[in-house]
Write a protein that binds this ligand. Structure first.
Ligand code: NDP
Length: 258
């Protein structure tokens, strides 16, 4: 089989949380282009529906929109049931939903801290655990969590201790699940993007004014685009990455090198 064929995902079934927009949408689009049927999972059910429609139309693949809050075990279990009812199996699970709150550490309320940890870390745990159970039963699968370069460096000038801690947790959670499930053919990896132009950055009143500063610091002097994370997503979802598990892929235009 040639290398390009190895990247095809024909017949695979996938879901992406936070898939309605931003990085998740771009990953879902890429998976469908590579041949997978994809469920778009998001708290924003309406946008998820729109995204699922757009991707189905553009790729001819079967798509599905599922409204779910990844912090709710009931929602996550119901989402898995819906995906299984539609697709019959789950080959690739992208646990990508996440938020950022920028508050100085000394002013951060317990509520703010818990919100970020609940969505970014507990949400990834619940989703990966639920997908993992299905994959262990069916004999294999690939889980890909979205961490961040903020798991490796402390971003400046914005204060975001909860975000940074949550993303560092995602990397260790990824490695732990990868080791526990390796012999049962369930692979778990994560992606650590640098600054990417999405609503989270471009439409945040707090973060948008900082983009020029970030670009001045970064060796490539620009934000990444969501589509620049598509190739790693397709690679990790499919069989060409069969020996890849427990790895974190930093895709940040060399930002963490400086
Ligand atoms: P966006 O804000 O553009 O999209 C995130 C999506 O996740 C939204 O549709 C949002 O829905 C959804 N979401 C939020 N909370 C939940 C929840 N509890 N349950 C289900 N869905 C939820 O973000 P990005 O695409 O930029 O980010 C995606 C991931 O990438 C995040 O984990 C983020 O931390 C990470 N990341 C982003 C970087 C960047 O520079 N953009 C850099 C590094 C990592 P709603 O609109 O309803 O809130």
């Amino acid at each position: 089989m040639g290398i390009l064929e190895k990247f095809r995902l024909d017949g695979k079934k996938a879901f992406v949380t936070g898939g309605a927009r931003g990085i998740g949408k771009s990953i879902a689009q890429a998976l469908a282009e590579a041949g997978a049927d994809v469920a778009i999972v998001d708290m924003d059910g309406e946008t998820a529906q729109q995204t699922a429609g757009e991707i189905a139309q553009a790729t001819g693949r079967q798509t599905l929109a599922v409204k779910a809050d990844v912090t709710s075990p009931q929602d996550v279990d119901a989402m898995i049931e819906t995906v299984l009812a539609a697709f019959g199996r789950i080959d690739a699970a992208f646990c990508n939903a996440g938020i950022c709150i920028n508050v100085p550490a000394e002013e951060m309320t317990l509520e703010q801290w818990k919100k970020v940890i609940d969505i970014n870390l507990t949400g990834v745990f619940l989703t990966a655990q639920a997908a993992g159970k299905v994959m262990l039963k069916q004999g294999g699968g690939s889980i890909v969590n979205t961490a961040s370069m903020s798991a490796h460096i402390v971003n400046v000038p914005q204060p975001q201790c909860a975000y940074n801690a949550s993303k560092a947790g995602v990397i260790m959670l990824t490695k732990s699940m990868a080791v526990e499930w390796a012999e049962r053919n369930v692979r778990v990896n994560c992606i650590s993007p640098g600054y990417i132009g999405t609503d989270l950055t471009l439409n945040s009143p707090q973060l948008k004014p900082l983009i020029e500063q970030w670009n001045a610091m970064g060796p490539l002097h620009r934000l990444g685009r969501p589509d620049e994370l598509q190739a790693i997503a397709v690679y990790l979802a499919g069989d060409s990455s069969a020996f890849t598990t427990g790895s974190d892929f930093v895709i940040d235009g060399a930002f963490t090198c400086i």
